[in-house]
Design a protein around this ligand. Sequence first.
Ligand SMILES: [Zn+2]
Length: 469
Amino acid sequence: MHGRTGLARTHGGALLSTFLIHSGTLICMDTAGTVVPGDLLIQDGLIAAVGPAVRDALPQLPGGGADASYDAAGCFVLPGLVHAHLHLCQTLFRGLAEQSDLLRWLRESIWPLEAAHTEASIAASARLGLCELVAGGVTCINDMGTVRHTAVIADALEESGIRAVFGKALMDAGEGVPAELKQRREEALEEALALAKRYDGAAAGRLRVSLAPRFILSCTEALWRDVADASAENRLIVHTHLAESPAEARAVEAAVGGTAARYFAGRQVLSERFVGAHGVWVEDDELALLSRARAALVHCPGSNLKLGSGLANVRAWRRAGIRAGLGSDGAACNNRLDTFHEMSLAAGISRVLVPREPLSEKEVLELATRGGAESLGLGAVTGSLEAGKQGDVMVLDVSSPHLAPNEDGDPYATIVHAARVSDVRLTMVSGRILYRDGSWATLDAERTAAESRAEARRLRGRLETGAAR
Ligand SMILES: [Zn+2]
């Protein structure tokens, strides 16, 4: 275990834990775009002070000084990254579903694999993904889950210390959906609401539960209407996929006689709680619908490239005023859970697609921080380094040769184009260290890697023999 958290007394005498990250360059991702050399003080899980000379002022601060600290000399200090579209249950499928396109990939590989999951294999899959994510500076995720055993994912989330919005995938229809994944609508919704009752706001507020209807082709109209009602009634995020690939868009058109966003608008699914992954093939008038509803979209460039789905025009999303985040999707269609890789792809794709007005590197980093947080309804909680927000922080070492020289360059370009996950030195959520200098504090990475190999072998065995779970 690493990262002793210091205890200090307030003026009132109550114990506060304090942690000081000092001597770094703060990349705050606040609306003012503050970039300044300085320090960051976290007290009782919250950012208490951020800026130049915070350390010098410490004797005057409540508690009389921080007694646990991290020297960030030669480092950028950033808000922890927000990973806004993920399938932790698919980490175990990495490398098992190659050379495919979306619908074939789902029907021939992913759904059968998800159907072959047991509690043990999902737990291993989730922990494996979480090890990769926290070592990559991710402090908040939005996970779609699978149809069964979602409580196991919740346990892994709680154990890891990460901040998460998560749900169980809802599927009550669809061509090629295995029997194990297809539920009656009432049963699917009942399980999702039971999950919300148990976990929404759990782990001191770190865990939030969403409703996660998978996509139009796996859900009946009645389910979408129920989801819209349940989301409004319980203030739950609706996390789904839309307009990902041309073949999917054609299948949606054939199934419901229209495009995804129009279909959702007609069933009251769009709201400020709607988070839709991909949105590659969303038309201009649909962007207006999404914007009017204050819905959010999540850009997944690596997945869109690997499955040959297309290039999303995030500039058009932004012009329409749509909140947006960034995600890698699952490890079976990427194959990395690496936000730095996604940022670099997002910047490059935008240059090709919209050469007159490409996304700036700062805008790309916004997608991965404040934008993602706002998309998940967590804008007041995380996504920037500002006093009063949770102590969700990442320290990035920019002193290595592959990042040098960067003293006078654009720090956003350094982060988006040159930095790698292996440059992450520290990941904290609510002031609690999850990863520090190559070691995981909450997860056992070595055991997880061994477990994941064994569980992947068993999973492939079940798939080959068609063994009942
Ligand atoms: Zn996805």
